[in-house]
Design a protein around this ligand. Structure first.
Ligand code: GDP
Ligand code: GDP
Length: 436
C-alpha cells in the first residue's frame, strides 16, 4: 500500500513547479463535489507505466527568510529524508551555478538514487549543451522541456527504474493499522503515549522498512493494533520540521500505510485551515477516518459544549460527514477509553463486504422509492450492483449508460447504502459501468 515517493529538487526558477504540474497533469484538478477539500499543490499523485507514486515539489516548501543557498540546502535535505528517488533539476540555459553545486554535494553524500534533469532544453539543437552537466556526477543528464513537455517520458522511465519494492504484503489482516495526523502540537505524540501507557496494552516496537519508521504494535482485548510511524512524530530538531507543508508530507506517508487515520484537532486553538488540508489527504486516500478532538481538558464544558464543537467540525469538514468524532484529553487521559472501541468499528467497516443479493435488495428498493429522473430525454436504468473491493468499500452499479448517472443520484445511493449497512467512519466509492 505504500507508494514510492519522488522529490524534485533544484534552485528556484529552474522549472520545478512547471514540471510538477505537467507530471501530475489533470489529477490535481480532480473536481470534488463536497466543499471543504483544499488541495495543496506541492504534493500529488502521479502515474507512469501503471505505477502510482507521490511527487513532491520541494521548491514549494517555504522555510522562512533563508538566504538562497540555505533554502536550497534545506529543501534538498527534505528530499533526501523523505524520497525514494530524487529528480535533481538544473536550468539548461544557465549552466551550473554555485547553488547547483551545493545541492549536488548534499545529494551525492545521501546515497539516494538521483536522476539529473536538465530543463529548458526547448529545441533539439540545444541537446549538445547538456554534456557539461555530466560534471555534476550523477551520470547521464536527461534533457527536458517543461515548456513543451519534451523528454519527460525518458526521465520517468529512468525514475521508475529506481523504485524500491515496498512492503505491501507485510500487512496482517487481523491487525488494525492506524496513524495519528494533525498540525504540529495538536498532541499526536502525547496521545500515542497515553494509548500505550493507559490501556494496559502489550507493546513492542517494530523496526520499519525505512530508516526512521518505527511502528508500535499492541494488543488489547484480543484485538491487535499497530500505530504507524510513531517515530515520524518524534522531533529531530530540524528547522523545517515545524513548517506546515513538511508536516503534511509526514502525514501523507503515514496515511499511505494505515487502515484508519485519526485526524487530531486541538480543542484549545480550534479548527484551522491546515487541519482541513491534512484531513483532505486521508479522505482522498480512502482511509477510515476518526476526528479526534484533543485537549478537551482545556475546554470549560459549560462554555463550549461538545454539540457546539461538533457542529463546527461538521460545518468545516463537510467532506468527512461519515467520520465519527471523539473528544478526549491525551494529557489527563480523560475519555481516552472511548477511542479504541471507535477504532474497532471503523476498522471493521473499512473492510466490510456486503453480499451481492443483500446489496441489490437495498439498491432496488432505493430505485423504487426514488427513480432516477431523465437526462436529455433518456432515463437511467440500473441493472444490478456488486461490491468489488474493500478498504475502502467500493461498489459498481451496472447501468444502461454511465453518462446518465448524475452525482446527486450517486449520493442518494451512497446514503441508502450507508443507512442500510452502517459504514460509519469509512468513505465508500460507487462506480457506474455500462451493461446492455
Ligand atoms: P521553480 O521555481 O523551479 O519551480 O520554477 P518554475 O516552474 O516556477 O519556472 C520558472 C520559470 O521558468 C517560469 O517562468 C517558467 O515558465 C519557465 N520555464 C519552466 N520550464 C521551462 C522550459 O522548459 N523552457 C523555458 N523556456 N522556460 C521554462
Ligand atoms: P505533536 O506535535 O502533535 O506530537 O504534539 P505533542 O504531543 O508534542 O503535544 C504538544 C503540546 O500539547 C505539549 O506541550 C503537550 O503537553 C500538550 N498536550 C498534548 N495533549 C494535551 C491535552 O490533552 N491537553 C492539554 N492541555 N495539553 C496537551
Amino acid at each position: 500500500m505504500q507508494k514510492p515517493i519522488v522529490a524534485i529538487v533544484g534552485r528556484p526558477n529552474v522549472g520545478k513547479s512547471t514540471i510538477f504540474n505537467r507530471l501530475v497533469g489533470e489529477r490535481i484538478s480532480i473536481v470534488e463535489d463536497k466543499p471543504g477539500v483544499t488541495r495543496d499543490r506541492i504534493y500529488a499523485q502521479a502515474e507512469w507505466l501503471a505505477t502510482t507514486f507521490h511527487l513532491i515539489d520541494t521548491g514549494g516548501i517555504e522555510i522562512g527568510d533563508e538566504p538562497l543557498l540555505e533554502l536550497v540546502r534545506q529543501q534538498a535535505e527534505i528530499a533526501i529524508d523523505e524520497a525514494h528517488v530524487i529528480i535533481f533539476m538544473v536550468n539548461g540555459k544557465e549552466g551550473i551555478t554555485a547553488a547547483d553545486e551545493e545541492v549536488a554535494k548534499l545529494l551525492y553524500k545521501s546515497n539516494k538514487p538521483v536522476v539529473l534533469a536538465v530543463n529548458k532544453i526547448d529545441n533539439p539543437e540545444l541537446q549538445s549543451e547538456i554534456y557539461e552537466y555530466y560534471s555534476l556526477g550523477f551520470g547521464e543528464p536527461y534533457p527536458i522541456s517543461g515548456a513543451h513537455g519534451r523528454g519527460l517520458g525518458d526521465l520517468l522511465d529512468e525514475v521508475v527504474k529506481h523504485f524500491p519494492t515496498l512492503s505491501r504484503n507485510e500487512k496482517d489482516d487481523d491487525i488494525i493499522y492506524f496513524s495519528l495526523i494533525g498540525r504540529p502540537n495538536v498532541g499526536k505524540s502525547s496521545l500515542v503515549n497515553s494509548i500505550l501507557n493507559e490501556e494496559r496494552v502489550i507493546v513492542s516496537d517494530i523496526e520499519g522498512t525505512t530508516r526512521d519508521a518505527i511502528d508500535s504494535y499492541f494488543k488489547k482485548d484480543d484485538q491487535e493494533y499497530t500505530i504507524i510511524d510513531t517515530a515520524g512524530m518524534r522531533k529531530r530538531g530540524k528547522v523545517y520540521e515545524t513548517t506546515e507543508k513538511y508536516s503534511v508530507l509526514r502525514a501523507l506517508k503515514a496515511i499511505d500505510r494505515s487502515d484508519v487515520v485519526l485526524v487530531l484537532i486541538d480543542a484549545e486553538t480550534g479548527i484551522r485551515e491546515q487541519d482541513k488540508r491534512i484531513a483532505g489527504y486521508a479522505h482522498d486516500a480512502g482511509r477510515g477516518i476518526i476526528i479526534v478532538v484533543n485537549k478537551w481538558d482545556t475546554i470549560d464544558s459549560k462554555e463550549q459544549s461538545m454539540k457546539t464543537f461538533e457542529d463546527d467540525i461538521r460545518k468545516h469538514f463537510q467532506f468527512l460527514d461519515y467520520a465519527p468524532i471523539v473528544f478526549l484529553s491525551a494529557k489527563t487521559k480523560k475519555r481516552i477509553h472511548t477511542l479504541l472501541p471507535v477504532i474497532n468499528v471503523v476498522g471493521e467497516n473499512h473492510a466490510k463486504r456486503i453480499p451481492t443479493n443483500v446489496l441489490n435488495d437495498v439498491i432496488m428498493d432505493a430505485i423504487a422509492i426514488s427513480p432516477p429522473s431523465t437526462m436529455k430525454g433518456k432515463r437511467l436504468k440500473i441493472l444490478y450492483a456488486t461490491q468489488v473491493s474493500v478498504q475502502p468499500p467500493s461498489f459498481v452499479i451496472f447501468v444502461n449508460d454511465p453518462e446518465l448517472v448524475h452525482f446527486t443520484y450517486k449520493r442518494f445511493l451512497e446514503n441508502r447504502i450507508r443507512e442500510s449497512f452502517g459504514f460509519l467512519g469509512t468513505p465508500i466509492n460507487i462506480f457506474a459501468r455500462r451493461r446492455q
